[in-house]
Design a protein around this ligand. Structure first.
Ligand code: HEC
Length: 501
């Protein structure tokens, strides 16, 4: 039998939940007493699972089992109650309540209470007529059928053990004309060993040549193999497809190849990877331009990151003042196993502060893009302050090394790095170059700071001081830096620093 819930109960429930959420007292004002007496799968549980769970809990996706029907859900009723009460599922790692995100995966208190009540009431199926239409998915893709699918031409063998592998794969696009692209979806096969994949476009043919020279599928190499490659984002474990806001697009030029730079972390058995990439065309050219601001810059490469064994709260920091008016639309955190917390704060010229990202419990397996619900306006002169903390003690359950050992910056999964990458649209396209120059200056300044601390570079630093420390105070002051930066740009010293140079 299905009880009809009087409409006043509905509105009571809604207002209780709204109040509880607003006040942040969700545990005090639990909505349980206002729940329907007879919670059923068809009426209450299925809509929650369809909306929040089945995109991963269906065959071929990231989750280990399906939650597509009554039988599937009933088998796991107790576990569903538990993992949702603890907010372990749906997985989401940015802290709630600091900045509104459009792609946050989060159940309401009411939904959690309903799932719990369903389990405690004996998991009834209910009236079949009330079952909503199941969600429609395109098998194999989250974003529906791609306009173009490109695949690695042959499988690449990932050895059972040994060091991490960085390998580049060339996926010919064979575009008959230039195309604007609005979204990219990456599909790894060997999910347990693919740690991340960076996307590049190569017009130069360099990638193909390198591939031809190497007898195995793809070719070796860390970092951007050629300056001609255009970086266009990427995917890391737990990530979702990248979708650009409607007024933006990437240009895929005819004759360009899609180059995947994939990072594999062996898992103890031999795996074979044949990644596929789904490409979704935009129906019109973009009307705006965009870029990124990454802090700490270059994933912390010039930060001197060096975490002693046992350190529980090692921090990495970087700050940058934005030279033009911009709007931020998303932020992507990245680090390896030892990272614990992320914080990115904007201080506006009027002193007002805005949190752009806060993560209190980083999980390496979920490298999620955070998309802002509303664009965040950051006027010229806004300062960004980024802090990432690391726990290299044995108490950190994610620490892959026991007993802990000293960890420095590096590209292997057991090394560390860290950054938050903010995607931004300049208010005026013509000022984009100014932002790019400021980012470059920032990176060169980090280089100058590092080289001064490096005892092996004493002679070079001495030369720099003689030439540029005009007031001979033993420091390279902000007004002495422009000349020094220009000198470094032409000296060749900056070569090999990677991304951004
Ligand atoms: C973005 C993908 C994704 C979504 C959305 C998602 N899950 Fe999961 N779920 C996973 C993955 C991956 C695992 C296995 C890995 C893990 O335990 O972290 C998992 C594991 C689980 C487990 C087993 C946990 C354990 O301790 O073994 C349960 C139960 C579960 N999910 C329920 C749910 C429910 C209920 C929802 C919706 C409210 C949901 N999940 C939404 C990806 C997802």
């Amino acid at each position: 039998m299905t009880l009809t819930i009087p409409s006043f109960a509905h509105s009571l429930l809604a207002s209780t939940v709204a109040f509880a959420t607003f006040g942040g007292f969700s545990t005090v004002f639990g909505a349980v007493e206002s729940l329907p007496e007879n919670v059923t799968f068809t009426e209450h549980v299925a809509p929650i699972l369809y909306q929040n769970c089945t995109r991963c809990h269906r065959p071929g996706e990231a989750a280990p089992f399906s939650l597509l029907n009554f039988q599937d859900a009933k088998k796991r009723g107790k576990q569903i109650e538990e993992v949702t009460r603890k907010r372990f599922m749906p997985p989401w790692h940015a802290d709630h309540g600091y900045v509104e995100l459009s792609n946050e995966r989060r159940l309401t208190d009411q939904q959690i209470a309903l799932l719990g009540a369903w389990h405690r009431q004996g998991m009834k199926e209910g009236d079949l007529a009330k079952l909503p239409a199941p969600p429609q998915f395109t098998e194999g893709w989250q974003l529906g059928k791609p306009d173009l699918i490109v695949k690695m031409p042959e499988p690449f063998e990932v050895s059972a053990d040994g060091l991490d592998i960085y390998r580049n794969f060339v996926l010919p696009l064979n575009l008959p004309e230039d195309k604007w692209v609005r979204a990219i979806e990456f599909r790894p096969i060997a999910r347990t060993v693919v740690h991340h994949a960076l996307y590049h476009l190569d017009e130069s043919g360099e990638a193909r040549k390198a591939d031809d020279r190497d007898p195995k599928p793809g070719y070796d190499g860390i970092g951007r193999s050629s300056r001609q490659f255009e970086p266009i984002g990427g995917w890391a474990v737990g990530g979702e497809p990248t979708i650009l806001p409607p007024e933006l697009a990437w240009r895929f030029k005819t004759n360009s190849d899609f180059v995947l730079q994939t990072h594999f972390h062996p898992d103890g058995k031999v795996n074979y990877e044949t990644s596929a990439v789904g490409i979704y065309f935009a129906s019109k050219p973009p009307t705006r331009q965009f870029t990124t601001i990454q802090l700490p810059a270059l994933f912390g490469r010039l930060s001197g990151l060096d975490i002693p064994a046992g350190a529980t709260n090692y921090t990495l920091k970087d700050s940058f003042t934005i030279p033009i008016d911009i709007e931020a639309f998303s932020v992507t955190p990245h680090a390896h196993y030892l990272a614990r917390t992320f914080l990115l704060i904007a201080t506006l010229p009027d002193g007002k502060q805005q949190t752009l990202l806060k993560i209190s419990d980083w999980d390496f397996n979920w490298q999620e893009d955070c998309v802002y619900k509303n664009r965040i306006t950051l006027p010229k002169g806004t300062r960004l302050d980024a802090t990432i903390s690391y726990d290299n003690s044995a108490e950190n359950p994610s620490n892959p090394t026991r007993p802990p050992k000293r960890v420095k910056w590096g590209v292997m999964t057991t090394d560390e790095m860290g950054a938050m990458t903010l995607s931004v649209i300049p208010a005026r396209d013509e000022e984009l170059a100014e932002l790019r120059q400021a980012k470059r200056n920032h990176n060169v300044d980090l280089f100058i700071d590092r080289i001064q601390e490096d005892t092996r570079q004493r002679e070079r630093v001495q030369v720099m001081m003689t030439m540029f420390d005009k007031n001979t105070n033993g420091k390279l002051d902000p007004d002495e830096r422009p000349g020094l930066r220009a000198f470094l740009e032409t000296s060749g010293l900056l070569r090999g620093i990677g991304g951004g140079f």
